[in-house]
Each structure stands twice: as C-alpha cells, then as structure tokens.
Ligand binder design. Structure first.
Ligand SMILES: Cc1cc2nc3c(=O)[nH]c(=O)nc-3n(C[C@H](O)[C@H](O)[C@H](O)COP(=O)(O)OP(=O)(O)OC[C@H]3O[C@@H](n4cnc5c(N)ncnc54)[C@H](O)[C@@H]3O)c2cc1C
Length: 358
C-alpha cells in the first residue's frame, strides 16, 4: 500500500503502472503534473474530498537542502510521533527549502464499484447547497464537482457533447455495488429537495472515464471557446458552510463583468475556481481580470478562507498572505527559510513576501 518514486514521475504514469496491482494514487491535479511539483504545491484535486491532499498522502521524502545535506524526513511507518514533522514542512514549500529527490506515497485500493451521478440546478446556489448537504449527510462521496452553465457550454463545444447547459454537479460514489446504489439514492433525494433535475448515472467504465477526462480538461475547453484569450484561474477555498455564499457572491460579480468567465469547484472541499478569459493585449481586460481575481480572494478571506486552496502562492499571491496569515506567521516562515537556506538560493522570491524581516 505504498510506493517509492522519484519526483519526475507524473501521477498519470504512476497510476498506469499501479493499475495491474489493483492500486492507485488518489491525487489528480493538472494532467501533466509530476510528484515533485505536486509535493511543492501541496496539491489536491477532485479526489481530495475523500482521500485528503498531498499533505495526507506522502509518508516520507528525501530532499537535498541548500547546504548539500541529504535529509530523509521520516520512516516508512504509517504514523509517527517522532519529532518535528519535516515531511509536512517540505510539502507545500514550493521548492524554497530544498530539492525533493525521492518520495514514499500512500496508495489506495481501486474501488470495487463506482457510479458517476450528474444533476442540473436552476441556480448555482442550489448546486452549492446540495454539495454541502451531501457532505453533511455523512455519505462517503469520492468526488463532488460543480460546474456553472458557461463551463458546461465550453465542455459541450470542445467535446461535441450535448450536456444540459445549467449549473451542474458531478458526484462519484464508490464501494460495493449495493453501497454505491444506496449512496446514489441518497444523493438523488438531496438533489431533488433543492430543485435538482435531469439526474443521470454512468456506470460503464469507458463512459465514466470520459466524463472525468472532460472535467479534468475543462480549462482547455475554456481556451478553445475563446482562442485569442489567456486564462486567469482563481483558486480560493472557504469553510464548507460558506461555499454557497461565496459562489453566489462571486457569480453575481462574474456575470456583471464584460469578460467571459466560468466556474469550476471541488465543491466538497469548499474549493472554488473561476476561469477568467481575457485578451492579453488589451490592458483594460487584463485589469478587469485582476479585479475579479482580487474580489474573489478578498471575499474568501472575509469568510475565514484562503487565497489558494491548491495551486500555491508562487509570486502572484504574495500580496494576500499577510492578510490571511498575519505577520507573526510570516516572520516564523522567514526564520525557517533563513535557517535552512541562509543564502536564499532555493526559489528566491517565492512564497514569503519580500517585506517580511526576521
Ligand atoms: C488543466 C489543469 C488542471 C489542474 N487541476 C488542479 C487540481 O485539480 N488540483 C491542484 O492541486 N492543482 C491543479 N492544477 C495545478 C497543477 O497541476 C498543480 O499545481 C501541480 O501540483 C503542479 O505540478 P507540476 O509538476 O506541474 O509542478 P511545477 O509547476 O513544475 O512546480 C510546482 C512547484 O513545485 C516546485 N517543485 C517542483 N519539483 C520540485 C522538487 N523536486 N523539489 C522541490 N520543489 C519542487 C517548483 O519549484 C514549483 O514551485 C491544474 C493545472 C491545470 C493546467
């Protein structure tokens, strides 16, 4: 139930390798992402609602520090109370503390059976309310993905599909065949209590694979819909109880904007993305995209959320960290950085705002 890999392997290649063993690694970020980058960003994806993020799925790792020291962060045991948790210090550090060279990953058994259930709603708030109610019902969903009507339209255009162009939820339910059916009925009941309609299921292996593929490639569908545009993707995350409020507030702002915007959410985690399409040569459009992004980040922060649920800080989100985390937090990060990388050679300029002093 674990595997040792080097950081350059992609999660998709790894899962191809693992499939004959009946196992898989349950983190599914961008199609080309590698384990090293996934550790760097503390990534997640559609399955995090069931299996946790990269933080929960790395048992130990090996890293080369700035002074050349090679450190192994933990043993192969599933849990340990031995000292500081250096594994989790490195996960999400965006290459600012060392270079990860080997990773031991926790694996999962491929579920015996799964059902993909899809349902449409008159408003995006209804869809968000159902995602929250499904989580509160205690059923063990493995995916709860939300798409707005613009995103569904983009998917239809890019893939020659005819999905109803309404706010849509996609659930994945896993377990034994009987258990997945029982869960599907519970989800259907919850959806119908919130104006859900067109409840459809997929059980055929190829049909399910295709649905998740088109969901995973949603960003490319947006770019195909607006070929001369660039996409600015926001990535905020709030406590689940605030998700419907955040999505409704954001959707109002997006619909009022002259830019083409879509909504995609890992709704079961309260993680919400918008794809804002803008012409990079038009300064006004770029500014409008930045304004929308800013609006959503501040809305999320006002709801005890975060400026990045999974994509990371890089340099673009440095400006939000002080408001989210406070100065004492950032000073502590700066002290850790100074202790491990005193000459600032590991991804300088990333993750810690430059004005934070020791
Ligand atoms: C279509 C699409 C869908 C996406 N969906 C999701 C999603 O659902 N969930 C999600 O979390 N993300 C998603 N992403 C974002 C992206 O896939 C993730 O951020 C992913 O973790 C990046 O992996 P990468 O290999 O491309 O890393 P890179 O972008 O190459 O690197 C990421 C960071 O890690 C550092 N790093 C890389 N390798 C190492 C190493 N060996 N040691 C130390 N640091 C290292 C880099 O310096 C950088 O700071 C999506 C992206 C796209 C394009």
């Amino acid at each position: 139930m674990d595997v040792v890999v080097e950081p350059g392997i992609g999660w998709m290649e790894l899962n191809e390798y693992l499939a004959p063993y009946g196992l898989f690694f349950p983190l599914d970020p961008g199609p080309g992402a590698t384990i090293g980058g996934m550790c760097g960003t503390r990534c997640s994806g559609s399955l995090a609602v069931r299996y946790g993020t990269m933080r929960d799925n790395v048992i130990n790792l090996k890293a080369v520090l700035a002074d050349g020291e090679v450190v192994k962060t933990a043993s192969r045991a599933r849990k340990s109370a031995a000292g500081y948790d250096l594994t989790r210090l490195m996960i999400g550090s965006e290459g600012t503390l060392g270079v990860i060279t080997e990773v031991t990953l926790r694996l999962q058994k491929i579920p015996e059976h799964s059902i993909v259930a899809m349902c449409n709603f008159p408003t995006i708030k209804d869809a968000a309310d159902v995602a929250i109610a499904a989580m509160l019902s205690g059923i063990q969903v493995s995916r709860v993905e939300l798409l707005d009507e613009v995103q569904v339209k983009a998917i239809n255009l890019a893939n020659g599909k005819d999905l109803p162009e309404f706010p849509t939820l996609m659930f994945e339910l896993i377990g034994t065949e009987a258990y997945t059916r029982e869960q599907t009925h519970i989800v259907q009941k919850i959806a119908s209590e919130h104006n859900g309609s067109d409840f459809v299921f997929a059980e055929d292996k190829e049909a399910k694979k295709e649905l998740w593929k088109i969901r995973k490639e949603a960003l490319y569908a947006c770019l195909a819909m607006a070929p001369n545009c660039e996409a600015m993707t926001t990535d905020v995350c709030v406590p689940l109880s605030h998700l419907a409020e955040l999505i409704s507030k954001s959707k109002q702002e997006l619909d009022a904007s002259p830019l083409l915007c879509t909504v995609i959410a890992h709704a079961g985690d309260g993680n919400f993305h918008t794809v804002i399409l803008f012409n990079p040569e038009d300064e006004g459009q770029r500014k409008e995209a930045e304004r929308l992004n800013n609006f959503m980040v501040h809305a999320a922060l006002s709801m005890e959320g975060t400026c990045t649920g999974e994509h990371g800080v890089g340099t673009g989100k440095l400006k939000y960290l002080e408001k989210e985390l406070g100065t004492a937090n950032l000073r502590t990060m700066r002290k850790i950085k100074a202790a491990l990388d005193p000459n600032g050679i590991m991804n300088p300029g990333k993750l810690i705002p430059p004005h934070v002093c020791l």
